[in-house]
Ligand binder design. Structure first.
Ligand code: NDP
Ligand code: GDP
Length: 328
């Protein structure tokens, strides 16, 4: 019998890659979507005939309970969230409702319907915030710097707590930034590649940006969803950092992206102080080589190779003539 997976956030970047992967693995894939007045399934258009979409909302406990009862999944991947850090300062309460209470609602629906359902929570390196050590591992204490980061810390601990309280197979994947041509345009990688393409095509004469000195450990989303899936295939539930182990600055990203188009970034990039954040996460660098005496699989092995890939930045800068602009 085919395994059945429920993906919340299937219309997002990660949801779309994960749905593709699970279909390849022979899963029956059900995606949770919230109501919208117009279709927003562009990222999964190519697989719409192979997935089932069901309505529910993280804000509505009953809808989640009904959904789990109806679908009876073997695995739940909880990817749905308000995922954009700056928006979390504008809407801190709603961010908590989605990203913290929404996770609690989902976990509770799972445990009430069938506690054998395996549960993946999309945790984030933003939880490390003002980092307590370099590099960050599963044992690094959290110090979030935004309402988004705070909301994800709650979600992480409620996942751990449900695992320990109710013996759920609940896993928290602490994923560092991961990008792709499907990333939302407001995130820095897509904003930069889109901006470069606009300048190159004569549609814009500048790119306005925020903090050039921030460093991120960027990976490729297609790799990271595989790690999510593998986390749920282990014999015991646990928490994993997934990262490349290499960090780059936004300045480097901008430099590489413009140079790929044969342009000198310094002529086009303008820093707008309004884009600086009230509290910044300056430098993220993950260590996915878990050291625990070899008792558990190392997170780097979850990525399907002994050494994590280190070409995250190149991949990020490589959405070079950005897909959205080329459609114009
Ligand atoms: P996206 O922003 O691309 O996707 C978010 C998804 O959540 C969308 O499908 C969105 O639906 C859905 N959603 C939001 N609110 C609700 C709600 N109230 N009810 C139901 N669905 C909702 O995010 P990503 O794919 O990039 O990220 C996936 C997860 O991983 C998120 O939880 C994110 O915080 C986390 N994460 C991401 C990282 C990254 O670098 N990408 C790093 C670490 C963690 P709609 O289409 O209707 O808006
Ligand atoms: P985040 O790490 O989840 O917040 O992902 P983002 O892609 O939104 O931001 C990554 C880093 O790029 C952060 O340190 C931002 O401050 C920095 N950054 C600099 N300029 C910009 C910009 O114009 N947009 C965004 N989104 N981030 C920017």
């Amino acid at each position: 019998m085919a395994k059945r997976a429920l993906i919340t956030g299937i219309t997002g970047q990660d949801g779309s890659y994960l749905a593709e992967l699970l279909l390849q693995q022979g899963y029956e894939v059900v995606g949770m979507i919230r109501r919208s007045s117009a279709p927003n399934t562009s990222r999964i258009e190519h697989i719409l005939d192979r997935v089932t979409l069901k309505p529910a909302d993280l804000l509505d406990q009953l809808s989640l309970l009904r959904l789990i009862e109806d679908v009876r999944p073997h695995e739940v991947y909880n990817l749905a969230a308000m995922s954009f850090v700056p928006a979390s300062w504008d809407q801190p309460m709603l961010t908590g409702e989605f990203n913290s209470q929404g996770v609690t609602r989902m976990l509770d629906a799972v445990r009430r319907v069938d506690s054998s359902i395996r549960f993946y929570q999309a945790s984030s390196s933003e939880m490390f915030g003002k980092v307590r050590e370099v590099p960050q591992t599963e044992l690094t204490p959290f110090y979030p710097r935004s309402p988004y980061g705070v909301s994800k810390v709650f979600a992480h601990y409620i996942t751990v707590n449900y695992r320990e309280s109710y013996n759920l197979f609940a896993v928290s994947g602490i994923l560092f930034n991961h990008e792709s041509p499907r990333r939302g345009l407001e995130f820095v990688t897509r904003k930069v590649t889109d901006g470069v393409a606009r300048v190159k095509l004569g549609l814009a004469d500048r790119l306005t940006i925020g903090n050039l000195d921030a460093h991120r450990d960027w990976g490729f989303a297609g790799d990271y969803v595989r790690a999510m899936w593998l986390m749920l295939q282990q014999s015991e539930p646990d928490d994993y950092v997934i990262a490349t182990g290499v960090s780059h600055s936004v300045r480097e990203l901008v430099e590489i992206a413009f140079s790929r188009a044969g342009l000198d970034w310094e002529k086009y990039v303008h820093v707008d102080p309004a884009l600086l954040r009230p509290a910044e996460v300056d430098h993220l660098l993950g260590d996915a080589r878990r050291v625990d005496g070899g008792r558990r699989p190392q997170a780097s092995q979850l990525l399907g190779r002994r050494e994590p890939r280190i070409d995250g930045l190149t991949r990020a800068a490589c959405c070079r003539l950005d897909v959205s602009v080329l459609r114009i």
